[in-house]
Design a protein around this ligand. Structure first.
Ligand code: ADP
Length: 178
């Protein structure tokens, strides 16, 4: 499904993010930019070693922030490495940090003049963030950002399971209703 906010399309689909042809794909990175399992491992495997070389030069990225590298062999020209929080109990600024990871990724893309960006469900795998709550944060941040985006025209959430897709679609419907 998709909605349009201020000329920006916001949509959800079920897919493998390494195959996306948006200008940038977002990686759910760790703060050492060290690579790992899940979507991070998939992106580095599919994109090749050039991405990790750039990550090593950058060094690290605080939780709630994002850095940008080239896309290596991916179709996407750029990878934005966003660091979401590890979920503890919801009382350790998790929502704020997760919103920051999305917002700083969107800002990086827009400042670079990119037209499209694809996000995975940051923090909801190994980092344990409940998907229902994380999807609300992700979608709300995208809708708010769309209202003042300069160049960005497409924000896509790429989910890896039907159940995650349904959860994000529900969040998107609620965001439109608000
Ligand atoms: P985190 O450490 O931020 O929790 P994970 O990579 O463990 O990140 O998981 C984040 C989400 O990305 C999970 O929902 C996982 O199923 C999903 N995921 C894993 N591989 C891919 C992929 N290739 N494309 C899209 N989503 C993926």
């Amino acid at each position: 499904m998709k909605i349009i906010v201020n000329g920006v399309t916001i949509e959800c689909r079920r897919a493998d993010i390494t195959l996306e042809d948006t200008d940038a794909v977002v990686n759910a990175a760790n703060s050492r930019l060290a690579g790992g399992g899940g979507v991070d491992g998939d992106i580095h495997r599919a994109g090749g070693p050039a991405i990790m070389e750039e990550c090593r030069k950058i060094g690290s990225c605080p939780t709630g922030r994002a850095v940008i590298t080239g896309g290596g062999r991916l179709k996407a020209r750029y990878v934005i490495h966003a660091v979401g929080p590890v979920y503890r109990d919801g009382a350790h600024k998790e929502a704020e940090l997760l919103a920051g990871a999305y917002l700083n990724s969107l800002k990086l893309a827009d400042e670079k003049g990119l037209a499209s960006i694809a996000f995975p469900s940051i923090s909801t795998g190994a980092y344990g963030y409940p998907v229902a709550e994380a999807s609300e944060v992700a979608v709300k941040t995208a809708v708010e950002f769309a209202k003042s985006a300069a160049k960005l025209r497409l924000i896509r959430f790429v989910l890896f399971s039907d159940s995650d897709l349904k959860t994000y679609e529900r969040a998107l419907k609620r965001a439109v209703a608000e």
